[in-house]
Design a protein around this ligand. Sequence first.
Ligand SMILES: *Cc1c(COP(=O)(O)O)cnc(C)c1O
Length: 421
Amino acid sequence: MTSDLSQKNLWRPYTQMRLAPPPLEAVATQGSRIVLADGRELVDGIASWWTAVHGYNHPHIAQAVADQLARMPHVMFGGLTHAPAERLAARLAALLPGDLDHVFFSDSGSVAVEVALKMAAQMWLNRGVSGRTKVLAFRGGYHGDTMGAMSVCDPEEGMHRRFGAYLPSQVFCDLPRSPAETAALDAALASNRETLAAVIVEPLVQGAGGMVMHPPEVLATIARLARRHGLPLIADEIFTGFGRTGSLFACEQAGIVPDILCLSKALTGGTMALAATVARTEVFEAFWSEDPAAALMHGPTFMANPLACAAANASLDLFETEPRLDQAQAIARRLMDGLAGLSGLPGVADVRVLGAIGAVQFARAPDLAALKAAFLDRGVWVRPFGDIVYLTPALTIPADDLDRLIEAVVAVVPDRAAALS
Ligand SMILES: *Cc1c(COP(=O)(O)O)cnc(C)c1O
């Protein structure tokens, strides 16, 4: 059932290793399946933390990476450039709305957020304005695990709470869903006028915070208020980017152009670690100067890794040549139909769908270990957390595999939910 690897030297993510069952050993992936060492094949409902939008092992991406590997796996980015990065930056700039044209590459989502925060803070300094060091963020948000990124995550949420003493203090608001919350956001922006450097938001869906969705009007309100108070808006599209919400980028649905936008997760189609922080021209221009010290002070060792850029370019080819957004819409319809029956059941607080994201929220946290085991028994890889069970499959998932995922959720949730009520 579980791996016979010893796990003696590995430290695992977000895991109390003394209590957690040993992890399963994966030996291969293909399409929307994960093959285990014991021969079992699981239907994957998570797409490896939302990265594998084209399914695993897409031959077009594999070929692009193999070709690049033979030519130049990596070269430093200081003082050198290369076609895979140049091409990827140009393509991202063309795909992103407005003049989001200036692409800074890094190697993980958290670092992309750190870079965005530094861009905002240094933009003010370069303009000769000091004291603007804080960020306004929203409760329920998640922006990564590094220090700066943690500081703009939900301040109460358990994952990071214990680091409070290490973190810069930020300004938190509720998402402006009601007139009162909109007024509160407006007031917070006004009263912190001297100290705020930026506003950060996950557009349309707070992912790791519990797949909490908000309508495009709420995002438009945030953009309007940030603008009114003269603050750059950072859109963290690390989860939502590349079709997950049904449009290529979530910001498009609200018709907004954020000042800085973060990408990672699905950027390489789930193949390689890569992230991008993309700025509008006005932000970029604050760094364009005769003063060397006005340069953006960041530069990861593996910045714009050619293998990762080749994978990302190949992933963008697939968005151009295959109907990914239609597939996301089709998944949305199937999720809505399939999960609708759970809504209103005892112990089920909410059922929600946006694009290729389906979430069922329990009235309170269920027994997660039992829930995970029940999904495994049904041959599906579904990872409930907190009080939710969610599906974010590959956009290419075959209909029968998607049905297997939905059937598993529909079979497993009612009893577990009833046990809570
Ligand atoms: C996953 C995620 C991050 C962090 O990305 P890592 O690559 O894990 O560092 C940041 N923001 C959002 C919205 C995410 O979903």
